[in-house]
Ligand binder design. Structure first.
Ligand code: G6P
Length: 609
């Protein structure tokens, strides 16, 4: 979703802003823009489409300056067009914004009555006019921004520059991510660290309600009420190579193939011990996990699917009741809280607005035992939880989540083992065997990736289809859901997932020769039942694509294609079975020629409700 980069330095910052925007492209956007100040005043350039188009405009106009703000916009209020692209300007001020101003209509009415002219349909433009209005009475620039944001409702990260004050920027955050980057002769701000590692690794993460003034080589942070605050400086560990594409064609392809390494890195903390330490989830975890009576998992999108798989593990292996909720629903529904619940939030980015709000909601209901599983150590979600597990998938750039999902599953399996252990449901021998299986995961995934040529062939057959049905049973039903999500996200083929036993209660009506049916069919206790469900499909002329595994004795025949995964992996097989589905979606999208890494209308980091 929208990305912000801002810089104040003693040299031309235009290349830094453009490179920063390029690094934020993965978040999802439909237009881009920048504003800067040079000797002749304030300049603004905006374009619909990719950052490369903005770059071309910049080159043509030869603009340069030492203070500037830049933005990628993911449309919420107003269609994607140049008029709605940020920055928005009012009386020599320029503003970029990520988030949603919920009271924009009433503010717009008030500002219009005061004579301010609106040129866009965005909620952001009210922020520009509001700050301009406050500047008429405020003692200085920072105070004017503070007075303005005190009137805003909703979520925002903003960066503001002022033509008459060219050596200063003001930024603020409430509910949307923003961090500062520091160097001796410059100061930067951005939505995430990836935009700034090109110039510095020294980062300061702002808290909600912080407002900061940035100057060349110095900064100060205050709360909205003006009280000065200090925030710790940290060294970003993000490696520049980790966010480069390298020899891959797409980030999604790179990230699918990085899964063995991502898993190995995530599991590194286990060391070589034959027993698992509860402390991997945080210092207090043994005490807390020993007393919780149930687990509530909250997440969105792919992370929600990881939670659904974990429910099967937690109930069958750890023997603890578990429910899984979509964050955007949970936060608004009346539920019955149990204070002895472990609330587990799962998020790749740690910035998903609904997940963060759902966690606050759970805490407000009196559930204080919270744990997050997250891929970004500096994210808002991690800072909101005392128990935490950081997956070490590395930066995930492709909108369609892949390596974040499998590392989340690995983390959730470890959580299951720890809970089983503290609840005395795992003896020493079982624990050692489980850890052996977990440690073998990177190797097992690497073997599955070798199946790519066959999956590519299947993708050719799929590419002309308009619909697809994914079937699974038990813990592989969420894997079927994830396979369907991957396919629809990046290939735009309509795909639905069903627990195979539900087929005859509705979806069977859709099955004909134009509807491919993809079955996740591991060799487990439900295989024979699944085979019967698949016969129901064949009898209606449906074409079956079956992902089986070792010894499952599924035979290819007319209308039934079978791909055999190299080994059966017991409880962990869900983690392996998702990999061919990721590859299938990727290759179908390639054949259809869609924008794999930035599918239309979607954003990587969903920082608005
Ligand atoms: C967006 C992304 C998905 C992701 C979901 C949840 O929809 O496109 O890939 O699964 O957000 O994001 P999170 O960062 O909380 O896991």
């Amino acid at each position: 979703m929208c990305g912000i980069v801002a810089a104040v330095a003693d040299r031309n910052i235009v290349p830094i802003l453009l490179e920063g925007l390029r690094k934020l492209e993965y978040r999802g956007y439909d237009s881009a823009g920048l504003a800067l100040i040079d000797a002749s005043g304030l300049h603004r350039l905006r374009s619909v489409g990719r950052v490369i188009e903005l770059t071309a405009q910049v080159e043509e106009s030869h603009v340069a300056g030492e203070t500037g703000i830049a933005h990628t916009r993911w449309a919420t209020h107003g269609v994607p067009c140049e008029r709605n692209a940020h920055p928005h300007i009012s009386a020599g001020l320029a503003v970029v914004h990520n988030g949603i101003i919920e009271n924009h209509e009433s503010l717009r009415g008030r500002l219009k009555a005061l004579g301010y002219q609106f040129t866009s349909d965005t909620d952001t433009e009210v922020v520009a006019h509001l700050i301009a209005h406050e500047l008429k009475t405020a003692p200085d620039f920072l105070s004017a921004v503070r007075q303005a944001i005190a009137q805003l409702q909703g979520a925002y990260a903003i960066a503001v520059l002022r033509e008459s004050d060219p050596s200063r920027l003001v930024v603020a955050r409430e509910g949307a991510p923003l961090l500062l980057g520091l160097s001796d002769d410059a100061c930067y701000a951005a939505s995430d660290a990836s935009a700034l590692v090109q110039v510095t690794r020294r980062m300061v993460y702002l808290d909600n309600g912080d407002c900061a003034e940035l100057m060349r080589g110095s900064y100060r942070i205050t709360r909205v009420n003006g009280m000065p605050v200090e925030r710790p400086e940290s060294e970003s560990q993000l490696s520049a190579e980790a966010i480069e594409l390298g020899n891959y064609r797409h980030y999604m392809q790179k990230e699918i193939f990085e899964q063995p390494v991502a898993l190995a890195n995530t599991l590194e903390m286990l060391g070589s011990a034959r027993s698992i330490q509860p402390g991997i989830f945080g210092a207090e975890s043994e005490t807390i996990l020993g007393k919780v009576q149930q687990v509530l998992i909250i997440a969105c999108g792919t992370s929600y699917h990881a939670g659904l798989v974990a429910r099967y593990w937690l109930e069958s292996i750890a023997g603890i009741p578990c429910s899984v909720e979509v964050a955007s629903e949970y936060r608004y529904r009346d539920s019955v809280p149990n204070p002895q619940t472990l609330v587990v939030t799962i998020s790749q980015s740690g910035e998903t607005a609904d997940t963060l709000a759902a966690l606050q909601h759970a805490k407000a209901l009196g559930m204080q035992h919270t744990l997050c599983i997250c891929n970004v150590p500096e994210s808002s979600l991690v800072r909101e939880n005392s128990l935490r597990f950081i997956t070490r998938a590395g930066p995930e750039i492709g909108v369609a989540s892949t390596k974040a999902f499998t590392t989340q599953l690995a983390a959730l399996y470890l959580l299951t083992l720890v809970l089983a252990k503290v609840r005395q449901r795992l003896d020493g021998l079982e624990e050692a065997a489980e850890l052996y299986a977990v440690r073998h995961l990177p190797m097992a995934v690497a073997k599955i990736l070798e199946l790519e040529p066959q999956i590519r062939e299947w993708a050719e057959c799929f590419s002309m289809k308009q619909h697809a049905l994914f079937l699974g049973r038990g813990r592989h039903y969420p894997i079927a859901m994830e396979g369907a999500l991957k396919l629809k996200e990046i290939s735009y083929i309509h795909a639905e997932a069903y627990p195979a036993g539900e087929l005859k209660h509705g979806p069977l009506a859709l099955v004909d020769r134009d509807m491919p049916v993809i079955a996740v069919a591991p060799n487990d206790a439900l295989l024979e039942k699944l085979k019967s469900n698949l016969q129901e499909v064949r009898a209606r002329g449906g074409e079956l694509y079956v992902f089986a595994d070792a010894d499952s004795e599924m035979k290819e025949s007319n209308g039934i294609q079978v791909l055999q995964l190299p080994e059966h992996y017991g409880a962990l097989s869900a983690l392996l079975h998702v990999v061919p589905l990721q590859l299938l979606a990727y290759h179908v999208a390639l054949v259809r020629g869609t924008d794999v890494d930035k599918p239309r209308n979607l954003a990587k980091s969903v920082t608005v409700e």
